[in-house]
Write a protein that binds this ligand. Structure first.
Ligand SMILES: [Zn+2]
Length: 564
């Protein structure tokens, strides 16, 4: 059994235009999947394709339309997915939830699984989509599939997310899980695979009835490559984010009364003998006839070609080229996506480097971008000392050297929280950042990569990229392409620009404090009188609102070269 898996695509279906590692688009991927399915057929093995949710929010291609996803979802729909689960980014707004419910979920012939999500359909609470799917593969394997979302609470009131621990006690789950005609459980879920209560509960609920039946979990949400061993017959894989990674799992050794397939490629590379401990589960099996393998494939054409070359069919087919052509023509219907705002003079990374390093995006924002464009009309002179704070969790991706468009702006920071300011004594302003760092923790992502480096020891060109450590191997063992470690640095929850404050000696000197509406209330709590309504909106040059999303485009238009 072979499983190809994507997760957290967030609209990146056009590929990463400025990063070779992840330069394939969904047309290239579609070609790859169809060829891998043909290869599986010719070898006499099974191959299924899964996705674990979060199709929205992350690129202009996905987000600059109404409804959100209008251009990207028809592209995604053309892939032959066998199993899908819903992500939290399908549920933040009622508009996207309704579009997913009405138009997207029904396209998958009962394979879009939402075991713990309901929706109000004209006021009537109904399952969002199917709860489970059961089918027999080409090679005869009887699969029971489930789909779950983590215990998400930020959904709009159009939907209801039932805690996973409650869902697995419900009659529909108990009825299905207690069946005896199951050879393999495949569970897709928008849940991080490592140390996450929700997966432990699903695993334990299955093991209550099936002490040894194989379980393959395809997770998501954490935006990392990872794999976890639950027991000798159960493992979980997460396939990263943003169309950077295709996850690949194989299960070998299913008995001949379960599958007609044999293993022409040899057995899997992993025998699980030391499962991670799962709370409240005793007797986790630690020996089995099964062997597993897992790989994280970079999302680029050379990688896809490497695995399909044995078919001798070349890479391009009208199928994949047709999808790539659709992507190009649909992007061209939204000229704002391709109009040049400016040329980023260098690459600024989200969290590959510490914020004190001038290659860090946050260094660039606080030293250059915010001082350059974040100020109320007329208040950008030294007569108005400023501090400008941002939360770092709103930033989702690097700014890479070269063309910068609205599409890139969505990739970097899609949030439209308004810039606001109030004027307070320095005695308050100077300690605001320190106070805010102790406040609420926001979700952050790991770093990404680009660039190539010559390795004189091996004589090969290596790309800088992910070097993944998981339950099955040390750094790089599961990465299908060898990478030089791109590194990662932790980022504080807030960062701050200081403008014209260095000479302040008197604590009663008045200073303009800039924040965004996202955390304005939290910041006000540390300022005189906790006056949440004292914030004044910053306006742009035409008197309109000025948001976090507008910040980099405003800087690019005013200060970056137009010649890339
Ligand atoms: Zn995500």
């Amino acid at each position: 059994m072979n499983i190809l898996s994507t997760t957290d695509t967030h609209g990146w279906l056009a590929g990463h235009l400025l990063d070779e590692n992840y330069s394939a688009d969904y047309g290239d991927f579609a070609d790859f999947v169809r060829k891998m399915k043909a290869k599986a057929d010719s070898l006499g093995v099974d191959l299924i394709l899964t996705d674990s949710g979060d199709l929205h929010d992350g690129t202009g291609f996905g987000d600059a339309t109404t409804p959100n996803g209008k251009l990207t979802l028809p592209i995604f729909d053309q892939l032959p997915y066998d199993l899908l689960s819903i992500g939290n980014h399908e549920l933040y707004t009622t508009e996207i939830a309704n579009d997913t419910y009405t138009n997207f979920a029904p396209r998958w012939g009962g394979r879009y699984l939402t075991g713990n999500v309901d929706i109000y359909d004209n006021g009537v609470r109904k399952p969002f989509s199917q709860r489970y799917a059961y089918w027999q593969t080409k090679m005869g394997v009887r699969i029971m599939a489930f789909g779950f979302l983590f215990n998400f609470t930020g959904n709009s009131n159009a939907t209801v997310v039932t805690p996973v621990g409650t869902a697995v006690q419900q009659a529909w789950f108990q009825q299905q899980v207690s069946r005896t005609d199951i050879d393999l459980f495949v569970v897709a879920g928008h849940i991080p695979v490592r140390a996450q209560t929700e997966w432990n509960l699903v695993y334990a609920a299955i093991r209550q009835h099936h002490p040894t039946t194989p379980i393959s979990i395809l997770g998501g949400h954490a935006h990392v490559r990872d794999s976890v061993a639950f027991d000798a017959n159960a493992m979980a894989l997460a396939a990263g984010r943003y169309c950077e990674t295709v996850g690949w799992v194989t299960i070998d050794g299913l008995p001949s009364n379960v599958t007609r397939a044999t293993s022409p490629m040899g057995s899997g590379t992993i025998k699980i003998t030391k499962p991670s401990s799962v709370p409240n589960v005793t007797n986790q099996i630690n020996s089995s006839s099964l062997s597993w393998s897992r790989q994280y494939l970079d999302f680029n054409r050379p990688t896809f070609e490497k695995h399909t070359a044995s078919l001798n069919q070349g890479f391009n087919t009208s199928y994949g080229q047709g999808i790539s052509g659709n992507i190009t023509s649909e992007i061209s219907t939204l000229p704002i996506l391709t109009n040049l705002l400016g040329c980023a003079p260098a690459s600024y990374y989200l969290n590959r480097y510490p914020i004190s390093d001038n290659r860090s995006l946050f260094y660039y924002l606080t030293n250059t971008v915010f001082p350059g464009v974040v100020y109320a009309t007329g208040r950008n002179t030294s007569a108005y000392p400023r501090i400008i704070l941002t939360n770092t969790g709103g930033f989702r991706y690097d700014v890479l050297a070269g063309r910068f468009t609205i599409d890139n702006a969505y990739q970097t920071n899609p949030y439209t929280n308004l810039w606001q300011y109030m004027t307070v004594p320095w005695s308050y302003a100077q300690s605001l950042l320190t106070n805010m760092q102790t406040d609420k923790v926001y979700k952050r992502q790991v770093s990404t990569s680009n660039g190539t480096v010559y390795n004189s020891t091996t004589g090969t060109w290596l790309t800088t990229g992910y070097l993944t450590t998981d339950d099955f191997g040390a750094a790089g063992d599961g990465d299908n392409t060898l990478h030089i470690n791109q590194g990662s640095a932790s980022t504080p929850h807030y960062v701050q620009a200081n403008v014209s404050t260095s000479n302040i000696t008197n604590p009663s000197t008045m200073v303009d404090v800039y924040v965004t509406s996202f955390f304005a209330a939290a910041a006000a709590a540390y300022l005189p009188g906790n006056m949440t309504n004292a914030w004044i909106n910053v306006t742009n040059s035409t008197g309109g609102s000025f948001s976090s999303f507008d910040t980099l485009p405003a800087y690019a238009q005013r200060f970056w070269s137009k010649n890339c």
